[in-house]
Design a protein around this ligand. Structure first.
Ligand code: PLP
Length: 385
């Protein structure tokens, strides 16, 4: 199936899924097992142990690889477990360039765990790709890109950075969580490894934690799979099944998210209470032209600055009725998040200040409800202040 088409809506429904060999069930069974019986010692038929492999996970990985147009995919227990596996490729003495507005949890893992193994991380603004050249050192081994970034929605030029990094023999990893495979294909733009938190758009229903890597290089795939096998961060068969089900609607969900987010951002732009509305689909976004070139859609996250002190901002969030105040994003239901006190609380204060992740910044994950209800919800919450 994966070779028959490159149309994503079709791949979402079919890739990786073949009728079950025993009963012809159209849905991939949940192989809820930890081990597999062997007829002869050391000669398993297909699988030997659940940490090493599981047929439901195999189907999920085929589906995920097809969505990113990759030769290989490895699925993990969480997005951060996938981040950790990639970072475990690094040897002591390595240097890594990380985009400054990286997801708070990824930054925390780099700063607080990997830095203690003599790996150096520099957090730099990558929106002007040309400026990055000066940041490479002789021991730079990896460039870590997230685009659009979380929560400021900066857009980074994957092709330009990949070209620059490869000229220096450096690997490029792109966290594609915010765009989803539907709207951005980093491997085709030159990246070496793509990462997703499956918890977000791919899972899409706020009921699963998961992560994935997609890549083409066979040797790198074997090293990453060994890391997962040796360290054990696999996802459960039931979660793999639910993710396969979620993926079937990924293409249409993403269209709904982006339709709503675009209209939501345009409406909020006309509300004087917001001093800034940040959405890559708006002409006012500083990297709008790059986003148009690099992405097939602008996805579903809108960040804003609401005027007033923290008490006012908090009252606004509490007054919302359709949006729920919660961490995470990418589910069918709309969420509001306050990065400074929630998702990005672990970012060191000076960096938060430099980036502008302050008490006025809010991040909306725009769901697939009727967009008129989402806009009305914001209006009523503002009116209540
Ligand atoms: N990458 C991005 C861009 C994220 O937003 C997140 C979580 O919010 C992660 C990675 C980590 O994923 P998980 O929460 O599934 O571990």
């Amino acid at each position: 199936m994966t070779k028959l088409t490159d149309k994503q809506a079709t791949l979402c429904v079919h890739a990786g899924v073949t009728p079950d060999a025993t009963h012809q069930a159209i849905m991939t069974p949940i192989y809820q097992t930890s081990t597999y019986v062997q007829d002869f010692p050391g000669q398993p038929k297909t699988h030997d142990y659940g940490r090493a492999g599981n047929p439901t996970r195999d189907a999920l990985e085929l589906s995920l690889a097809a969505l990113e147009g990759a030769d290989h995919s490895i699925s993990f227990a969480s997005g951060l477990a996938a981040v950790q596996a990639v970072a475990q490729l690094l040897k002591p003495g390595s240097h890594v360039l990380v985009c400054d507005d990286v997801y708070g949890g990824s930054g925390r893992l780099f700063r607080e765990l990997f830095a203690q193994y003599d790996i150096e991380f520099d957090f730099v603004d990558m929106t002007t790709a040309a400026d990055l050249q000066a940041c490479f050192k002789p021991n730079t081994r990896m460039v870590w890109v997230e685009t659009p970034t979380n929560p400021l929605l900066k857009v980074i030029d994957i092709a330009a950075i990949s070209e620059m990094a490869h000229a220096a023999g450096v690997m490029v990893v792109v966290d594609n969580t915010f765009a989803s495979p539907i709207f951005q294909s980093p491997l085709q733009l030159g990246a070496d490894v793509v990462l997703h938190s499956l918890t977000k758009y791919i899972g899409g229903h706020s009921d699963i934690i998961g992560g994935a890597l997609m890549l083409n290089d066979q040797d790198l795939h074997e090293r990453l799979r060994f890391i997962q096998f040796a360290a054990g961060a696999v996802n459960a068969p039931m979660d793999c099944f639910l993710l396969l089900r979620s993926i079937k609607t990924l293409a249409i969900r993403m269209q709904a998210h982006q339709h709503n987010a675009m209209n939501f951002a345009l409406a909020l732009q006309d509300m004087p209470a917001f001093s800034e509305v940040i959405y890559p689909g708006l002409a006012s976004h500083p990297q709008h032209e790059l986003a148009r070139r690099q992405m097939r859609g602008f996805s579903g996250i809108v960040s804003v600055r609401l005027e007033g002190d923290f008490a006012r901002v908090a009252r606004f969030m509490q007054a919302l009725q359709v949006f729920s105040l919660a961490e995470s994003l990418g589910g069918v239901e709309s969420l509001i998040n306050h990065p400074e006190t929630m998702t990005h609380a672990s970012v060191p204060e000076p960096l938060r200040q430099k980036l502008g992740i302050d008490s006025n910044l809010l991040r909306f994950s725009v769901g697939i409800e009727d967009v008129e209800d989402l806009i009305s919800d914001v209006s009523q919450a503002l009116a209540s202040l």
